[in-house]
Write a protein that binds this ligand. Structure first.
Ligand SMILES: [Zn+2]
Length: 169
């Protein structure tokens, strides 16, 4: 389990899903609308929540960042691979895909291994069921995960991004 925990500001939906897949406990600001009953959740409430729950805020709102500088990260530019790269440099994060440590990309809950894949036969496409043996399932929303080509593509893209970065140094 990764110890560092995040609270991602609105607009970071894709980054939120990536961080969860890489095992980082990440709450998305939009998901807190139900908790606070206010849409959108005001900045002060987000900051309070982050302090109470020991989370680092990831934001693209510079004013918000400045007010909470001791527990927030300001990301520049666009694109999820660019964001991951900045987080890696600023916080020395590691992005490895390990299904035992991954969290549900949809609801941030922990995953558990499916002991008998016949239990999830109706949850995945027939070809996926046929070609993969190891499946994990979200303990809360029951979404099913496996180490498919989508994960391989993400890992390749991350690696090539790192290679490109290394060329400059
Ligand atoms: Zn889930």
């Amino acid at each position: 389990m990764n110890e560092i925990k995040f609270l991602t500001d609105a607009m970071y939906g894709r980054l939120t899903r990536f961080l969860r897949i890489f095992g980082y406990d990440t709450v998305y600001a939009d998901d807190l609308e139900g908790v606070f009953g206010i849409v959108p959740v005001p900045d002060e409430k987000l900051a309070e929540y982050a302090i109470e729950n020991n989370r680092i805020i990831i934001t693209r709102d510079y004013a918000f960042y400045k007010k909470n500088r001791d527990r927030s990260i300001f990301l520049e530019g666009e694109g999820v691979y660019n964001y991951l790269d900045q987080l890696k440099k600023k916080l020395q994060l590691n992005f490895n895909f390990d299904m035992q440590k991954a969290r549900c990309s949809m609801c941030n809950s922990e995953l558990e291994k499916v002991n008998d894949k016949n239990l999830i036969i109706n949850e995945v496409k027939p070809e996926t069921f046929k070609y993969f043996e190891e499946f994990y399932q979200c303990t809360k929303c029951k979404k099913v995960y496996w180490k498919g080509t989508h994960i391989e593509k993400i890992m390749e893209r991350l690696k090539s991004k790192q290679r490109n970065v290394n060329l400059f140094f």
